[in-house]
Design a protein around this ligand. Structure first.
Ligand SMILES: NC(=O)c1ccc[n+]([C@@H]2O[C@H](COP(=O)([O-])OP(=O)(O)OC[C@H]3O[C@@H](n4cnc5c(N)ncnc54)[C@H](OP(=O)(O)O)[C@@H]3O)[C@@H](O)[C@H]2O)c1
Length: 261
């Protein structure tokens, strides 16, 4: 029971990886709040978690006043949040950067970067007041290298890494620490549809030294570790968990040189 008495808030936690984190934190004794932008999805989530130490709120992370109301609700219920997980996120339509529509670019930055900052500031103020807190943002390994079609997503996710480093320098003195996780391609959440297309799974596996996508369990385990007391000295940092994909060349130059002989 690593998180007994702790209050955790997972943005966008009604489905996907966020929901898996909710289950894991609950299993470790935490009380968990989530928000979702769709009323039906929130109601379905509430039904599924009935009787558990869970509170679900309808609020879009880009709606600052709505998120303030959520934070107020959690504070009244449980006295404030100890651990915030900035999980809510969307991917842009995957097209080359010269073709991305302004509204699609803006929406990704709104949700993935601005929304995460709003939640961080709103819940962070309570943490500063209470003198302790932990904020973990979910970035992406795509923020660390060039992947055609992902520019708005990559920019937003890179911004989370910068936010984490900057705020660690500002807020550590108040007892608030932050870190970021940059997962590779996880077999769940937004990749559910991709998993049904074997050639894509094979393609991603080939790009990864470990030869496979990451599991939801591996991501959740990383999140729990980073939220735990044992990880508190990891501050301002981004932990890449991508099976070694970053910096790995699926077609090494050496092989091309050897072939050319
Ligand atoms: N899966 C991966 O391989 C992977 C890899 C790297 C990083 N990530 C990141 O991990 C996070 C979770 O991804 P996932 O795979 O679980 O995706 P997902 O299954 O699509 O879930 C995304 C969640 O975010 C919520 N959300 C989206 N926009 C929101 C908004 N404006 N306000 C509130 N909630 C909002 C969604 O709620 P609705 O039901 O309302 O849509 C949903 O619950 C994302 O930040 C993603 O970028 C995922």
């Amino acid at each position: 029971m690593r998180f007994k008495e702790k209050v955790v808030f997972v943005t966008g936690g009604t489905r996907g990886l966020g929901k898996a984190m909710v289950e894991a934190f609950l299993g470790e004794g935490a009380r968990v709040g989530v928000n979702g932008r769709r009323r039906e999805a929130v109601a379905k989530f509430e039904e599924e978690f009935r009787g558990k130490a869970v509170k679900a709120y309808v609020a879009d992370v880009t709606d600052y006043p709505a998120m303030e109301t959520v934070a107020q609700g959690v504070a009244e219920e449980w006295g404030g949040v100890d651990i915030l997980i900035n999980n809510a996120g969307i991917v842009n339509p995957l097209v080359p950067s010269e073709k991305i529509k302004k509204e699609d670019f803006d929406r990704v930055i709104e949700v993935n970067l601005k929304g995460a900052f709003y939640a961080t500031q709103i819940f962070g103020r309570g943490m500063i007041e209470r003198g302790s807190g932990r904020i973990i943002s979910i970035s992406s390994q795509v923020a660390l290298f060039g992947e055609k079609g992902f520019l708005p997503y990559a920019l937003g996710k890179a911004g989370l890494q910068t936010m984490t480093r900057n705020l660690a320098s500002e807020w550590s003195r108040f007892g608030v620490t932050l870190c970021c996780v940059a997962p590779g391609f996880i077999a769940g959440g937004m990749n559910e549809a991709l998993l049904k297309r074997q050639h894509l799974v094979d393609f991603l596996s080939k790009k990864t030294p470990l030869g496979r996508m990451g599991t939801v369990g591996e991501l959740v385990a990383t999140m729990l570790f980073l939220a735990s007391k044992e990880a508190q000295y990891i501050n301002g940092e981004t932990i890449v968990m991508d099976g070694g994909m970053t910096g790995y060349s699926a077609e090494p130059l050496l092989e091309a040189i050897t072939k050319g002989k």
